[in-house]
Design a protein around this ligand. Structure first.
Ligand code: UGA
Length: 437
């Protein structure tokens, strides 16, 4: 919304939320999320045509276009538990829009939703009998965290789906005209509602599938002496395959991939397609296997036990340049190491201590974990380093100095194949990398 406000100076954009603290942070220079370049975009428009407020009903009344951008987590109760998307926040937005009224409106699903969610939104709005008419559109978001600003400024495409009726097509054009103020028309794709909703889940499923595919090959590389980065490079030069999203890792994380695949698979089950559901489930299973395998490698290398040993965890975010740790592979790796009675010395440049504690379901005075202000401090006195997030600063570690202060033999488990292997080995470490013998 900040990017729309920045580029569409004639439109007034108001972001509303129930949570006063969050709105206060959006109105300050201390934004509630860490995203490079975001503060500058917010500052360029805030107070001019970008506003943050808790006045939800008034804003609904005054707006011509409403983007529903609430979270749609995996359901943790009742039918579909652990797989289906929990749509109660989307539903309550739709009900609130219907209740408040205030004129004919375009309602845009921005949240990631299962295909046919718009039907529910439409029914709630049309059956409210408040005298106003609504057009429901789907406009999924494809930005990735850490690169959000560049992705929004210059997206591969913007996708807008809607009814193919005259009114539906007019509504689509209205939203197209917003994006068209900074994005070429040929990069704005318009479709029917269901194609747009399904494309979002499909894009994430394909991206995650590429990572699971290369991670599956990484296991075979470790067994055979092939090098996964060389294989990725060799196949990525085939223009039909392409080079992106072939970086083998300790596993993918983030709030989207796993949730969206589980949701896609749940939908397939719902529509009587169990074979299709199973096909996509395997992408998540392979990701779990990759995280397990990483821990197993640590165990194998450290004489089959980490009990009482201290391990430095470098990076807890699910990727670099974000403070987001949702579904981070670090959660699974750290939890397994704690089960094996290791002690963890954790450092991440951006993820707050409280987030790490709650992700690991630990309380603040748990003696098995300690938190540090830099990588060197975290590694001091440990038996091993596990690098789990590819933060740029980890490329500049003083490895000799770090090695000198560690227990021996000192291991370096590079879960992102980030560090120059020669330097790690020259410093004295036993090095273990993903997909390399
Ligand atoms: C992902 C998609 O890339 C976005 O297009 C989408 O809009 C977003 O989900 C969403 O649905 O909101 P995001 O989760 O922010 O974006 O980050 P990604 O860059 O996709 O990375 C996801 C995970 O895959 C990270 O843990 C990353 O380290 C891992 N990854 C990525 C790899 O292990 N290897 C790769 O080659 C690429």
């Amino acid at each position: 919304m900040a990017m729309i406000a920045k580029n569409c100076v004639d439109s007034k954009v108001t972001v509303v939320d129930l949570n006063q603290d969050r709105i206060d942070s959006w109105n300050s220079d201390d934004l509630p999320i860490y995203e490079p370049g975001l503060l500058e975009v917010v500052k360029a428009a805030r107070g001019r045509n970008l506003f943050f407020s808790t006045e939800i009903d008034q804003t609904i009344q005054d707006s011509d276009i409403i983007f529903i951008s609430v979270n749609t987590p995996t359901k943790d109760y009742g039918s579909g538990k652990g797989r289906a998307a929990d749509l109660r926040f989307v539903e309550s937005c739709a009900r609130n829009i219907a209740k408040v009224g205030g004129g004919n409106k375009i309602v845009v699903e921005k949240s990631t939703v299962p295909v046919r969610t718009a039907q529910m939104v439409k029914e709630i709005l049309s059956e409210s009998n408040n005298g106003f008419s609504y057009q429901v559109l789907s406009n999924p978001e494809f930005l990735a965290e850490g690169t959000a600003i560049a992705d929004l400024e210059n997206p591969d495409r913007v996708l807008i789906g809607g009814d193919q009726s005259k009114e539906g097509l007019e509504a689509i054009e209205k939203v197209v005209s917003l994006y068209n103020q900074w994005i070429d028309r040929e990069n704005i794709i318009t479709t029917n509602l269901w194609s747009s909703e399904l494309s979002k889940l499909t894009a994430n499923a394909f991206l995650a599938q590429r990572i699971s595919s290369i991670n599956a090959i990484s296991a075979l590389c470790e067994a055979t002496g092939a090098d996964v980065d060389e294989v990725a490079n060799a196949i990525g030069t085939d223009s039909r395959i392409g080079p992106k999203f072939l970086k083998s890792s300790v596993g993918f994380g983030g709030s989207c991939f796993q949730k969206d695949i589980l949701n896609l698979s749940y939908l397939c089950q719902h529509f009587g397609l169990p074979e299709v559901a199973e096909y996509w489930d395997q992408v998540v299973r392979m990701n779990d296997y990759q995280k397990d395998r990483f821990v197993q490698r640590i165990m194998d290398a450290m004489f089959n036990t980490v009990s009482g040993k201290k391990i430095a965890i470098l990076g807890f975010a699910f990727k670099k340049d974000t403070n987001d740790a949702r579904e981070s592979p670090a959660i699974a790796v750290c939890s397994r190491l704690l089960e094996e009675r290791a002690h963890l010395a954790i450092y991440d440049p951006q993820v707050p201590k409280d987030t790490i504690l709650s992700s690991l379901r630990l309380d603040a005075n748990d003696k098995r974990v300690s938190f540090h202000d830099c990588a060197t401090d975290a590694a001091n006195g440990t038996h091993a380093i596990a690098l789990l997030t590819e933060w740029d600063e980890f490329k500049k570690l003083n490895l000799k100095e770090i090695y000198a202060e560690m227990e021996k033999p000192a291991h370096f488990f590079d879960g992102r194949n980030l560090i120059d292997p020669i330097e790690v080995q020259n410093a004295g470490f036993r090095l273990h990398r993903i997909g390399k013998g």
